[in-house]
Design a protein around this ligand. Structure first.
Ligand code: SD4
Length: 338
């Protein structure tokens, strides 16, 4: 990118946007000789701003997209104030915090963990499954033992804040409550859901990673969409990448991230591809959508050419785009009115 374009883009960024220099763009520009508008990063929710920045900085120092997405997601997992990912994530019905995560690169390598207890950086365990085992996914006790054997340190993932939230939920529970549902995350304010991070590095290599503590108060043993390759995350190095957040059960029914990437392969832009998957989710869940006003699902997409897109069922989803030297939070397009 030329200097004039850089200044122009810096000038139009909105509230909450980070400056290009904070993202290390100038350094990156020197590395790429100004020839490529990479790296590009896109991630879910407002905490995506922070994840983007970490991933961008890593790539501007020469890291590939796989290292970058792992580092970006780890930052969110480490933050105890974010109550839907990693350390401090909300627990299940038994007050156990269990984590779901996956990672995938441009070569088709992938790894995942489901219902992982007591390990903060689930995304790194997912990467270790990918690199040091013949498997794609490990779950529960087995995933935990594997992590310990690989040198991960166990910790208590429950913070005072998440314990208090569990106690409030438990006290409010009546005999007729159906407690498992997306509405159980309503009191989280800005602390939303899954971190999904997609990155295109300076060599044109795509990777993605997702991590979450899943739905709050879930039944012990529940695994969501995030570790399911094709549902929570999918990467085709020649085509594009996609990740999801929202009600995992809805996403698993349509294997949404794969649908987004396949639609890109058939010629759709990432924006159109995300909308195709959302329309499919709306079609499949038309009855529950009428009843449950908080039933939400969203996708982000990134093409191998560096184009980005995002779409959600309902209003309220936001995603962060780090591109052309700026990092900005955008309100997603949504397709369901009602
Ligand atoms: C899940 N999709 O476990 C994840 C978490 C999420 O809104 O994004 N919840 O279903």
């Amino acid at each position: 990118m030329r200097r004039r374009e850089f200044i122009r883009d810096s000038g139009v960024i909105g509230v909450g946007a980070y400056t290009a220099s904070k993202l290390g763009f100038l350094k990156l520009d020197q590395i790429t000789g100004g020839k490529m508008d990479t790296p590009v990063v896109i991630s879910t929710w407002n905490f995506g701003m922070k994840a983007n920045e970490v991933a961008w900085k890593a790539m501007s120092s020469g890291a590939n997209s796989l290292d970058a997405v792992e580092q970006g997601v780890r930052t969110i997992e480490d933050d105890p104030e974010i109550m839907s990912v990693g350390f401090g994530g909300l627990p299940d019905e038994q007050m156990d915090v269990t984590l779901d995560a996956s990672i995938m690169d441009w070569r088709g390598n992938c790894g995942a963990v489901g219902a992982l207890p007591k390990i903060k950086n689930a995304v790194s365990v997912a990467r270790t499954v990918m690199e040091r085992s013949e498997h794609v996914m490990l779950a529960g006790e087995g995933a935990y033992k594997f992590a310990l054997a690989q040198g991960f340190k166990p910790i208590d993932l429950l913070t005072d804040k998440s314990r208090e939230a569990w106690l409030r939920w438990r006290e409010s529970l009546g005999p007729n409550n159906n407690w498992l549902g997306p509405h159980s995350m309503d009191d989280l304010g800005d602390n939303h859901d899954t971190i999904g991070l997609l990155a295109l590095d300076t060599k044109g290599h795509l990777s993605g990673a997702v991590s979450t503590s899943g739905l709050a108060w879930k039944i012990h043993g529940r695994v969501g969409d995030s570790p399911i390759i094709g549902a929570g995350l999918y990467v085709d190095g020649k085509v594009g990448a996609a990740a999801s957040t929202g009600v995992g059960e809805a996403n698993m029914r349509i294997v949404g991230s794969h649908l987004v990437v396949q639609s890109m392969k058939a010629g759709a832009s990432p924006q159109d591809a995300c909308e195709i998957a959302i329309r499919r989710a709306i079609e499949v869940h038309s009855k529950i959508l009428k009843k449950d006003k908080s039933f939400q699902l969203a996708y982000i997409g990134l093409s191998a050419k560096g184009e980005v897109g995002g779409a959600a069922i309902r209003k309220g989803f936001q995603y962060a785009i780090g591109k052309n030297g700026t990092n900005k939070l955008v309100d997603s397009k949504y397709l369901y009115i009602g």
